[in-house]
Design a binder for this molecule. Structure first.
Ligand code: PLP
Length: 397
């Protein structure tokens, strides 16, 4: 068993490197077995069928639970499968309060699927305490947050929202994909359930799709276990193994990516063609203080506005290093266009309300050398016209 008094990263290495008793192999075996032979017809063993439990998946689930300081972890085939499982804990007639800046796929699930099962929702701007307070109904069971949000990087005060949710008899669910437990531990701040698209930072190499849930207490753990087994969208064994490998290097990758992101954000902020940079690690960002309070870093994702679609096209065509694609959280820098990619599910009006402007690009910064990234942006940004709204001072600095 993993020792509980070690620091998180030590725990992860100790918990993922488990020499095999028979052979001494340092990595856990891939238990590619759907079924498990039983010794006794009455008392079945710990494992019987892989949907209900698999030894390789168990190691992954234990480790994410340790990292998030939770009671139990659960691995799913995708982030959306994990999010769906979390919402399946609700019942007909229940109501959820959801942050306005929710991931596009989560938005689709909440607005287009959950209503079919009698689960209603209210979207709120969680930076406005009054909006949250007035959104509660008698049947509100869950408040659902994502912080920092995607793609405008707005920060929600987890502790404050947890307190409010609990005072109204609701649970707090938090999508922690952008921060990971290395930078932010929502359960320690009062959340009841944490979700990850492990497709992103946790696996970290753009090679698999995966989702994780960690629960804080035993009752909710039992519910999620029941749902995981009943709905059946568990993570395949090979992908569990790859995700375990990703988690071993999570801290070093993320720190290097976040260092690059902060330096790049500071530099981008000063570029004439850029109207605005959203990054909660910037001292100038309006969310800086809350981010400092609840997280160890601003993370590796930022977004910036180059004023219009034409500039977006020019920049994307001229950049040589970033991969232009959906997704984030990998060792390679990825640039994406929320309007047509992650947030295409929102209509123009909804996009505008969420601050997803036609000039907005999202950047997930990788581990490439910072000077190369900066140089690449420099040559591409030079082809854009300057933003006239910038003051002279901002242009020079
Ligand atoms: C990608 C993402 C998801 C969905 O995860 P999938 O693995 O793509 O299903 C959910 N939340 C956030 C914040 C994401 O970035």
């Amino acid at each position: 068993m993993v020792q509980h008094n070690y620091h998180d990263q030590t725990k992860v290495i100790k918990g993922t490197v488990r020499p095999d008793l028979k052979t001494g192999a340092v990595n856990p075996p891939l238990h590619l077995s759907s079924t498990f032979a039983q010794k006794d017809p009455i008392n079945l063993g710990k494992y019987d069928y892989s949907r209900s439990g698999n030894p390789t998946r168990d190691i992954l689930e234990e480790n994410i639970a340790h990292l998030e300081h939770g009671n139990r972890g659960f691995a799913f085939s995708t982030g959306m499968a994990a999010i769906s499982a979390a919402f399946l804990s609700l019942h007909q007639g229940d109501h959820v309060i959801v942050t306005k800046d929710v991931y596009g796929g989560t938005f689709r699930l909440i607005t287009e699927l959950l209503p079919n099962y009698g689960i209603t929702h209210t979207f709120v701007d969680l930076n406005d305490p009054y909006e949250l307070k007035s959104a509660y109904q008698k049947n509100t069971k869950v408040v659902y947050i994502e912080t920092p949000s995607n793609p405008t990087l707005k920060v929600t005060d987890i502790q404050a929202v947890a307190k409010s949710a609990h005072a109204h008899g609701a649970l707090l669910f938090a999508d922690n994909t952008f921060m990971t437990p290395i930078f932010q531990k929502p359960l320690d701040l009062g959340a009841d359930l944490v979700i990850h698209s492990a497709t992103k930072f946790l696996s970290g190499h753009s090679d698999i799709l995966a989702g994780l849930i960690v629960t804080k207490d035993q009752e909710l753990s039992n519910t999620i276990y029941f749902i995981q087994n009943a709905m059946g969208a568990t993570l395949g064994v090979s992908d569990c193994w790859l995700l375990l490998r990703g988690i071993k290097t999570l801290k070093v990758r993320l720190q290097s990516e976040a260092d690059n992101a902060l330096k790049l954000a500071r530099w981008l902020e000063k570029q004439p063609a850029i109207k605005k940079v959203n990054y909660p690690g910037l001292e100038s960002d309006k969310n800086y203080e809350i981010q400092q309070k609840q997280a160890k870093s601003g993370g590796a994702v930022l977004s910036f506005d180059v004023q219009n679609e034409e500039n977006v096209r020019t920049l994307v065509h001229n950049l040589e290093l970033p991969i232009f694609s959906v997704s984030l959280g990998a060792v390679e820098t990825i640039i994406s266009y929320p309007c047509t990619m992650s947030h295409a599910e929102l209509d123009l009006d909804e996009q505008a309300k969420s601050g997803i402007t036609p000039g907005l690009l999202r950047l997930s910064v990788g581990i490439e050398d910072l000077s190369d990234l900066r140089q690449d942006f420099q040559q591409a940004l030079e082809k854009l016209s300057a933003f006239e709204g910038k003051t002279k001072h901002e242009k020079i600095s």
